[in-house]
Design a binder for this molecule. Structure first.
Ligand code: AMP
Ligand code: ZN
Length: 115
């Protein structure tokens, strides 16, 4: 737990969020400023600042975050139509909250490349 990290506080239940899934390693909750009809964030309970801080020992956890996003997309019924997962890393990558998170966006058409 990093005391000045907003997502650590969400994971600890100290800041409110609308949780849609949780297990021993991660939680998923609604993004405050949704960019699609479904916009969730899947975060590890462990504080990892960004993909730039990912280590060998995080490999399984990183896979778990992506797999969890895929399971949620299936469960919510938009997986077959399609969806987008995004991980922004550091400043040029558009990262604004420095606790690693996977955006899961669904319910509309996406284009590539993103902005
Ligand atoms: P990123 O720019 O990839 O770091 O994404 C950070 C995301 O966190 C943005 O989409 C924000 O809307 C979202 N966000 C920031 N604060 C909160 C919060 N308290 N609850 C839910 N989502 C948040
Ligand atoms: Zn954190």
């Amino acid at each position: 737990m990093v005391s000045d990290c907003i997502f650590c506080k969400i994971a600890a239940g100290e800041i409110e969020s609308t949780r849609v899934y949780e297990d021993d390693r991660c939680i998923a909750f609604e993004d405050l400023n949704p960019q699609a009809p479904t916009h969730l964030l899947v975060i590890p309970r462990e504080h990892i600042s960004s993909m730039d801080e990912a280590e060998e020992g995080h490999k399984e956890l990183l896979g778990h975050l992506l797999f969890t996003a895929a399971e949620i997309a299936r469960e919510k019924g938009f997986a077959g139509r399609g969806y987008r997962t995004v991980i922004n890393t550091n400043s040029a990558g558009g990262q604004t909250v420095f606790h690693l998170h996977v955006h899961l966006l669904g319910g509309r058409q996406f284009v590539f490349p993103p902005g």
